[in-house]
Design a protein around this ligand. Structure first.
Ligand SMILES: [Zn+2]
Length: 335
């Protein structure tokens, strides 16, 4: 296993496996996760360089985090449903599932004055795209996404809107298993960091979503677990938000360093994970992974890894940051 993983990965609850432990490594912090937890990493170079780019280019207009008078924005979204055959396609990408997902996105992003417009739904039968997306994800060179999974790149190039302000969501069967809910490969600032990356956007940008993670799963036990928050989380990454825990720190798993570059998310060493079996919001009890620093871990935050029933907020600091990032990198004005 590589010592640092590049893509942002949300490892959601496995469907049929109650207690599968997978020993992912993130940074220097080895952690065994139950199927409820997750592990996720990002290449520190990309975090540092995109943050540097943001600080350098945000200018006065995007510097005032107290200006919360955001303009309402409507972001167009395309769902690209991919299946191995017609039967699979009919099951995974039913219209009701997409409609339910849209509602969850609207609700989650309303405090940021963002609403979503369903622009296009494509349905494609392609066994390779369906089965191979995500393959090799944990072994790739994190600095070279263009060397990554050729079938994923082909799918994105064929289907994507080729517009940085439009969100493409690719719904597939993720090979690393039902525990992988989705991922994005890059921070949006990465495309601006180097002009040649901009040319690669069509093959790299967008959210990959495990079909299991859409709401209204045909299996009732899964439908209880997956309520549409995986996509809320991945879209946060697509906008440029980091996890509330881990990777920005000097040594992941420690309480040092800049964290997620958001002032009002308490310092958090590692994800809310494992063993956490909350079924109601009241059962969501936060851990305190950095006890010497004020604040409990962000169990209610979309950018942590808690069970979906716990997730219901972005902080004002995250909202300011995502609006500024959308403005700078995706041509969606903040004010
Ligand atoms: Zn994530």
């Amino acid at each position: 296993m590589r010592s640092s993983l590049f893509p942002f990965i949300l490892a959601a609850l496995a469907l049929h496996v109650a207690k599968v432990n997978s020993a992912f490594t993130f940074g220097k912090h080895d952690h065994s996760h139950s199927s409820y937890g997750g592990s996720c990493g990002i290449h520190p170079t990309q975090i540092a360089s995109t943050e540097e780019h943001f600080q350098k280019h945000k200018g006065n207009r995007l510097s005032d985090s107290h200006n919360t008078d955001y303009a309402w924005a409507t972001i167009a979204i395309n769902f690209h449903i991919v299946g191995s055959n017609q039967t699979v396609l009919d099951i995974i990408g039913r219209d009701e599932r997409i409609e339910a997902q849209m509602k969850v996105l609207d609700e989650a992003y309303a405090p940021a004055r963002i609403q979503w417009k369903l622009a296009n739904v494509t349905r494609t039968i392609n066994e390779t795209w369906w089965a191979k997306t995500g393959e090799g994800l944990f072994d790739e060179d994190p600095t070279r996404p263009l060397d990554a999974n050729p079938s994923e790149r082909e799918m994105k190039e064929s289907l994507s809107a080729r517009d940085s302000s439009v969100l493409d969501v690719f719904v597939v069967d993720l090979v690393p298993g039902p525990s992988l809910g989705g991922y994005v490969r890059t921070l949006p600032g990465w495309y601006a960091d180097d002009p040649k990356h901009e040319l690669e956007r069509d093959q790299v940008d967008g959210v990959i979503l495990n079909w299991n993670a859409l709401p209204l799963h045909p299996q009732p036990s899964a439908a209880e677990i997956f309520t549409g928050k995986v996509l809320v989380h991945e879209v946060g990454h697509w906008m440029g938000l980091l996890h509330t825990f881990g990777h920005g720190h000097e040594a992941p798993g420690s309480c040092e360093g800049p964290g997620d570059y958001v002032d009002d998310t308490p310092t958090q060493a590692y994800a809310t994970h494992g063993q956490l079996t909350a079924k109601t919001l009241e059962q969501c009890i936060p851990q305190d992974s950095c006890p010497d620093i004020p604040g409990l871990d962000s169990i209610n935050n979309y950018m942590d890894y808690a069970p979906e029933v716990c997730q219901h907020e972005f902080t004002p600091g995250q909202i300011w940051r995502l609006r500024a990032l959308l403005d700078l990198y995706r041509q969606i004005p903040a004010y």
